[in-house]
Design a protein around this ligand. Structure first.
Ligand code: UGA
Length: 423
């Protein structure tokens, strides 16, 4: 099949490369010239496990990248994978989706055969039929039955996106006509996973409900963790026991500094905004958000129990990315912690295996170290904010500290004299 993918970010690039790996011919459209040129040189600006290897395998063979929409009419199906950042009042900003649909529509004007448009971007229920369908049809000036529409949400975790694409738990294809749905389904031929066919709005809602539920599990584990801390109980021991119930499952029950990233916080806000617009009070979702927003403050409270005046103190912050295996710092729990430490006059020495460059752009005026040992040298305290596996190997490095105050926001260190945010 000939597939076009619009948008070369995490979701678009990973999907495009994986479709090529499945044997399709893929045209990736990325309008950002710098981003497109790094992809065409085989070195994408994002870090994603096994992505570069797969990209170089297919580049200029079955995978092409371009900044224009010219290749679209020669493809059978287009996947829209552009960003839907948080807009005003928590609603997602759909302007990038809209402009992609305009360009996509225009490019289809002279195509004289059936084409399928699939929305992979996370959009609220109703957006595919209310925005995507009319925009594409208006700009393509094609009859309604010459174009099919589907909604196919993604469940890719950053850092494991290639693995998640190739081995998904399920593939959701929402469509209102079976011809479009069948074509979208055949793009995934070769992947072993249940394929669930739904209506378009259900597919849109499945994505939001899945992310909201995962975020709920994390905030629940954090609330239990905060309670366990007061009772001197190890919340990890508790959640291990809880997660062994197959109705609950052990995943996403790791208590800590809370969830960050480009998805959970944004999708939760979007669902809250949607509920409110419908006159529903989203009680659970609001609590999930509240628990998450309070977690980073807890790590600072623990620190200040040990060091009352932080002014002039050297605080090592280990971990800047919103989670391990990524250089992404969006909504990272380390950001509010660093901002608060700065406000209190502390000297911050930060280290992250991958995300230093991204954080430097956001917060330029702190010290960035090239190893954890450099950050720890002479430190009055250390805060661990990301679950990087390499932190579990830290041992003698802590001897370099001036004062051995070690507090972790993720359950990752193996040294004995540490304190956990909620364990
Ligand atoms: C999340 C979902 O897991 C994907 O299924 C979804 O496709 C994606 O959002 C999206 O909507 O595009 P991602 O944001 O990459 O993926 O990251 P996760 O691995 O889900 O972690 C999110 C945050 O939760 C991280 O900050 C992580 O540290 C935190 N977390 C995760 C916990 O605090 N505890 C846990 O038990 C698990």
């Amino acid at each position: 099949m000939r597939i076009s993918v619009i948008g070369g970010g995490y979701v678009g690039l990973v999907s495009a490369v994986c479709f090529a790996q499945l044997g399709h011919t893929v045209e990736l459209i990325e309008i950002d010239i710098d981003r497109a040129s790094s992809i065409s040189q085989g070195s994408p600006q994002i870090y994603e496990k096994s992505l570069e290897a797969l990209l170089s395998k297919h580049l200029e063979k079955s995978f092409h990248v371009s900044t224009a929409y010219d290749a679209i009419p020669d493809t059978d199906i287009s996947f829209i994978c552009v960003g839907t950042p948080e807009g005003d009042n928590g609603d997602p900003d759909l302007s990038i989706v809209q402009s992609a649909c305009q360009s996509l529509g225009r490019s289809l004007r002279d195509k004289d055969s059936y084409h399928v448009v699939v929305v992979k971007s996370t959009v609220p229920p109703g957006a595919t039929e209310g925005l995507v369908v009319p925009t594409v049809l208006k700009h393509s000036q094609r009859a309604g039955d010459e174009t099919g529409f589907c909604m196919n949400p993604e469940f890719l975790r950053e850092g494991r996106a290639v693995e998640d694409f190739m081995h998904p738990d399920r593939i959701i294809i929402g469509s209102n006509d079976s011809r479009a749905g069948d074509r979208a389904e055949s793009a995934y031929r070769g992947i072993e996973a249940p394929i669930i066919r739904t209506g378009i709005k259900s597919a849109e809602m499945i994505k939001y409900a899945s992310n909201a539920f995962l975020a709920t599990k994390i905030s629940f584990a954090n609330e239990m963790g905060n309670l366990c801390k007061r009772l001197d109980i190890d919340v990890y021991e508790v959640m291990k026991g809880v997660g062994m119930d197959h109705r609950i499952s052990p995943h996403f029950l790791n208590a800590g500094a809370g969830f960050g990233g480009s998805c959970f916080p944004k999708d939760l806000s979007a669902l809250i905004a949607l509920a409110q617009s419908l006159g529903e009070e989203p009680l659970i979702l609001r609590s999930v958000q509240n628990v998450n927003e309070r977690q980073p403050a807890r790590i600072l409270e623990l620190l200040q129990k040990k060091i009352v005046r932080l002014e002039g103190k050297r605080i090592a912050v280990l971990g800047l990315a919103f989670k391990n295996d990524t250089d992404d710092i969006r909504e990272s729990r380390s950001i509010p912690v660093i901002m608060k430490l700065k406000e209190k006059g502390a000297n911050i020495a930060a280290y992250d295996p991958k995300a230093t460059g991204s954080m430097r752009k956001l917060i330029p005026d702190i010290e960035y170290c090239s190893t954890a040992a450099d950050a720890l040298r002479g430190a009055d305290a250390c805060l661990v904010m990301t679950e990087w596996p390499e932190f579990s190997l830290l041992d003698e490095e802590f001897d370099l500290m001036k004062n051995r105050v070690i507090i972790e926001g993720r359950n990752i260190l193996s040294c004995q004299d540490k304190e956990g945010i909620c364990w």
